[in-house]
Ligand binder design. Structure first.
Ligand code: MOS
Length: 748
C-alpha cells in the first residue's frame, strides 16, 4: 500500500457538489411554510430609542410580526465570561433594552410571508431616537478605559532604547477592515415544540449550539446547529452574532421557520471586523545590527457592548532574539460594532509595524533587510522565561529558498534604482508566522459491509478542504478508495468537533480520525479472527491467531501479502454485520504543549511596479515559502496560502472601512466602495512548502496553514513601495495620491 494519498494534491471531495449547486448553504435548505425576517437597524450610533412606530408596517401585506425591545421577552447573556466553552461575537443580546450603541444595531425585526414584503414593511418602521454624539475616531475618543489589557516586559527595554546607538521610533496604523466572505451571514430557525434547529453559516457548530442554548435559555440538547457548507468566514463566523437570535425569536413568535440573511451593508456593522490599530514601534540596535530593545505600544478601539482584544504584541515578543522587550495594548471603546478575529488576528496586524520597523532599521544600518533578520534570528522562543525550544522551526530555510526563487541577490538597495521600461520596480520581503494550535476532537468512523466508509464529526468545512483531509486519512489507513468514503460534518448531532479557527482544525482532527479509523479496523480484525472458517487460522503455525492488519481494504496476516487475505466487506458479510464503527476522542498532551513553542513560519517576497507617468502601482510578482510541517493536501494547502496572499495584497492596497463621524455609519458598506483584490490586481503567485513534519504536534506532523499566508504580505508590500518610490507608507492602505506627492518631492 502506498501512503502517498497523504500530501497528494487531490481535488476536494465536495467539489462537484459545489460547482453543480447541489451543496446546501444556510439559506438554501428547503423548508415548507418558511417566513422571512428582515431586520430594522439603527441609523444612529449612540442613542436611546424613544419610540418605535409600527402601525403602518403592521398593516402591510404579508406582515406576520414585528419584534422589538418593547414586545419581546428578554434573552440572556452567554456564560462565556465564566468559562471559555462558549463564546459569542457580541454578548449583548438583541433588544436587551432601549439603548443604541452603534450604527446598524438591530432595533426591530419584521417577519413576513415573503422577503419583499418583509423588506418593504421594514422600511416603514419608524424609530425615534434621542441621539447623542458618536465617537468613531480614535482621536475623538475619550481617554483609554482603565489599565492596558496586555502588558509584557523582559529586560529593561526603556533604558536599552535610550542608550542604543541606532533607533527607530515610528507609529503605524492599520484601518478597520471588514471580512467579506462571499456567503453572507444567515440563519434559518425552525422550532419543533421546545427544540430549535438552526441552519447557520458558522465556523463552529458546537460553539454556536452552546451560545444559543445559553442566550435563548434552553437546554443544550434542545438546540441543533447545522452548517453543511459555508461560503467562508475569515473569522467573522467564528462566534454567533445577533441575527441568529433574531431568527430564533422570529420563528418562535410566528410559529413557522424563519430565515434571516444579513445584508451586505449590515455585514459592516453587526458581524465583527478587524479593529483599527495604532501601533508605536520603538527599536534600538547596535551599529552592527543586533537588536537591543523593542517596545511595542498598541491603541485599539472596541465596542461599547463587548470587549475584544486584538492580540498584536505577542509576535513582537517571540519573533526576534532581543533581551529587552516591552509591549502594551490599550483599548478605547467607541460607537462601533464589536470587533472580532479576522484571518491572522493579532499576528497579522502586529507584524505590519514589526516588519516595517525592521526594514526602516535595516535602511538606517545600511544592511540588507534579510541580513538584519538573520542577525537577530531567534533560536528559541524568548517570550517564555526560561526560553522554550521551538517544536520545529525552519525559517532560515524559508528565507533562503524564497530569496533564491525570487532572485533577491539581484536587488540594488538604492530607492528607484531598479527600472523596467517606464516602470520602477520595488522589492520587499516580510517574515510570516502563526502559532500552531491543536484542540480536542471526537470522530466516528464506520466501515460498511458494502465496502464504503463514513467518517463523521461536528466540525465543519468553511471552504478550506476539511472534508477532503478526513477522507484522505481514512483512505490512507484502510486502503479504501477516496470516492468510497463519505464524510459528514457540520451538524451538532455528530460527535463534538472543533471550531474552524486559528488554523487548528487539521492538527486537531487528524489524530482523532486516525484513532477512530484504527478502532474500526481493530473491530473488523477481531471479527475476522472469530470467523467460523477463518482463513487466518491456516497461516498460524502454533495455533495462535496471527497478527492481522488491513491493507488496501483487505484483512490479512501481517507477515503475508494483502492478496492472501480477504476484503473487509467480506468479513462483515460473513458475520452478517451491516457495519462496524469506532469513536475516538483525542486531545493534545499538556506536558508536551508546555515543553515547546509551536509555530509555523514563512518568508514572503513581493515585487511592485510603479509607473510614475500614469501613477499606477501594481503587484507584479510574489513568492511565499511556508514551513508548516507536513502538508496533508498540496492542492488545498497551496490554495489556502495563495488565497491569503491575495487577501494580504488587499490589506496592503485596498481594504479600509470608513466611518462617518456624524452618524457612525460605515460609508463604504458595499462592494462598490469597499475594495478587495480582484483577479486584475493579482499577479502570478508562487508558493513553496518546506516540509519538515512537526511530530510534537501530531503523528502526521501537520501544523495549520489557514492564516499564515497573509502574515508578511502587507509589510513586504509597503517595503517594496518604498524601494520603488521612496515613500514610506505607515498607514494602510497604500494610496496613489501619497505616492504621487512623494514623487513630486523626489523630483523637486
Ligand atoms: Mo480565523 S480569524 O481563527 O477564522
Amino acid at each position: 500500500m502506498s501512503t502517498s494519498i497523504i500530501g497528494a494534491p487531490i481535488t476536494r471531495i465536495d467539489g462537484s457538489l459545489k460547482v453543480t449547486g447541489a451543496a446546501l448553504y444556510a439559506v438554501d435548505h428547503p423548508m415548507d411554510d418558511i417566513a422571512f425576517g428582515v431586520p430594522v437597524a439603527s441609523t444612529v450610533g449612540n442613542a436611546r430609542i424613544v419610540n418605535i412606530e409600527t402601525s403602518i408596517a403592521q398593516r402591510m401585506p404579508g406582515v406576520l410580526a414585528i419584534l422589538h425591545h418593547g414586545n419581546t421577552e428578554q434573552l440572556f447573556r452567554p456564560a462565556e465570561q465564566l468559562e471559555p466553552s462558549s463564546r459569542a461575537g457580541e454578548v449583548r443580546p438583541p433588544f436587551e433594552d432601549d439603548k443604541v450603541y452603534y450604527y446598524g444595531q438591530y432595533v426591530a425585526l419584521v417577519v413576513a410571508n415573503t422577503f419583499e414584503q418583509a423588506q418593504d414593511a421594514a422600511s416603514h418602521v419608524k424609530v425615534d431616537y434621542e441621539a447623542h454624539p458618536n465617537v468613531v475616531e480614535i482621536a475623538a475618543a475619550q481617554a483609554p478605559e482603565g489599565p492596558p489589557r496586555i502588558h509584557y516586559s523582559r529586560g529593561s527595554a526603556g533604558e536599552a532604547f535610550e542608550s542604543a546607538p541606532v533607533k527607530i521610533d515610528e507609529t503605524y496604523e492599520i484601518p478597520t477592515e471588514t471580512h467579506n466572505p462571499m456567503e453572507m451571514h444567515a440563519t434559518i430557525a425552525k422550532w419543533d415544540g421546545d427544540k430549535v434547529t438552526l441552519y447557520e453559516s458558522t465556523q463552529g457548530v458546537v460553539n454556536h449550539q452552546h451560545v444559543m442554548s445559553e442566550m435563548l435559555g434552553i437546554p443544550l440538547d434542545q438546540v441543533q446547529v447545522i452548517a453543511t457548507f459555508i461560503g467562508s468566514g475569515f473569522g467573522g463566523k467564528l462566534f454567533p452574532w445577533p441575527h441568529s437570535l433574531l431568527a430564533a425569536m422570529g420563528a418562535k413568535r410566528v410559529k413557522r421557520p424563519v430565515k434571516v440573511q444579513v445584508p451586505r451593508s449590515l455585514m459592516f456593522t453587526t458581524v465583527g471586523h478587524r479593529p483599527l490599530t495604532q501601533q508605536r514601534m520603538r527599536m534600538g540596535a547596535t551599529r552592527d545590527g543586533k537588536l537591543v530593545s523593542i517596545q511595542h505600544d498598541v491603541l485599539q478601539p472596541t465596542s461599547l457592548v463587548d470587549t475584544y482584544v486584538e492580540q498584536c504584541t505577542g509576535v513582537t515578543t517571540m519573533l526576534y532574539s532581543c533581551d529587552n522587550v516591552a509591549a502594551k495594548q490599550t483599548l478605547v471603546p467607541m460607537n462601533i460594532g464589536t470587533p472580532t478575529p479576522m484571518r491572522g488576528p493579532g499576528i497579522v496586524p502586529g507584524l505590519f509595524p514589526l516588519e516595517s520597523a525592521m526594514d526602516e532599521l535595516a535602511i538606517k544600518l545600511n544592511l540588507d533587510p534579510l541580513e538584519l533578520r538573520l542577525k537577530n534570528y531567534a533560536e528559541q522562543d524568548e517570550s517564555y522565561n526560561p526560553a522554550r525550544p521551538f517544536s520545529s522551526k525552519r525559517l532560515r530555510e524559508c528565507y533562503q529558498t524564497g530569496a533564491e526563487r525570487f532572485g533577491w541577490s539581484k536587488r540594488t538597495a538604492q530607492v528607484g534604482s531598479m527600472k523596467r521600461g517606464d516602470e520602477v520596480l520595488g522589492w520587499g520581503m516580510g517574515t510570516a508566522t502563526w502559532h500552531a494550535g491543536r484542540g480536542t476532537a471526537t470522530v466516528r468512523v464506520r466501515l460498511n459491509a458494502d465496502g464504503t466508509a463514513r467518517a463523521s464529526c461536528a466540525t465543519q468545512d468553511i471552504g478550506t478542504g476539511t472534508y477532503t483531509i478526513f477522507a484522505q486519512v481514512v483512505s490512507e489507513k484502510t486502503g479504501i478508495p477516496i470516492d468510497k468514503i463519505e464524510v459528514v460534518l457540520g451538524d451538532t448531532s455528530l460527535p463534538d468537533g472543533p471550531t474552524s479557527g486559528g488554523s487548528t482544525v487539521t492538527a486537531t482532527v487528524l489524530p482523532a480520525v486516525t484513532q477512530a479509523t484504527q478502532g474500526a479496523i481493530d473491530r473488523v480484525i477481531a471479527a475476522a479472527q472469530t470467523l467460523p472458517s477463518s482463513p487466518f487460522k491456516r497461516v498460524s503455525a502454533g495455533g495462535d491467531p496471527p497478527t492481522l492488519k488491513m491493507t488496501a481494504g483487505r484483512i490479512h496476516a501481517a507477515d503475508q501479502p494483502p492478496e492472501s487475505g480477504m476484503p473487509f466487506q467480506e468479513v462483515l458479510a460473513q458475520k452478517r454485520l451491516a457495519a462496524l464503527e469506532a469513536e475516538s476522542r483525542t486531545a493534545p498532551d499538556p506536558a508536551e504543549a508546555h515543553k515547546f513553542s509551536a509555530h509555523s513560519f514563512g518568508a514572503q517576497f513581493l515585487e511592485v511596479a510603479w509607473d510614475p507617468g500614469i501613477a499606477r502601482l501594481r503587484v507584479t510578482r510574489g513568492v511565499t515559502v511556508i514551513d508548516a510541517g507536513k502538508i496533508i493536501n498540496h492542492r488545498t494547502g497551496r490554495n489556502q496560502i495563495l488565497g491569503a496572499v491575495v487577501m494580504g495584497i488587499g490589506m496592503g492596497l485596498f481594504e479600509e472601512t470608513i466611518y462617518d463621524p456624524r452618524n457612525a455609519k460605515p460609508l463604504n458598506n458595499n462592494f462598490a466602495d469597499y475594495l478587495v483584490g480582484t483577479n486584475a490586481d493579482i499577479p502570478e503567485l508562487d508558493c513553496i512548502f518546506v516540509e519538515y513534519p512537526d511530530l510534537h504536534v501530531n503523528e502526521y506532523g501537520a501544523r495549520g496553514i489557514g492564516e499564515i499566508g497573509l502574515a508578511g504580505v502587507a509589510p513586504a508590500l509597503t517595503m517594496a513601495v518604498y524601494h520603488a518610490t521612496g515613500v514610506r507608507v505607515r498607514k494602510l492602505p497604500v494610496r496613489i495620491e501619497e505616492l504621487m506627492a512623494g514623487q513630486r518631492t523626489m523630483t523637486a
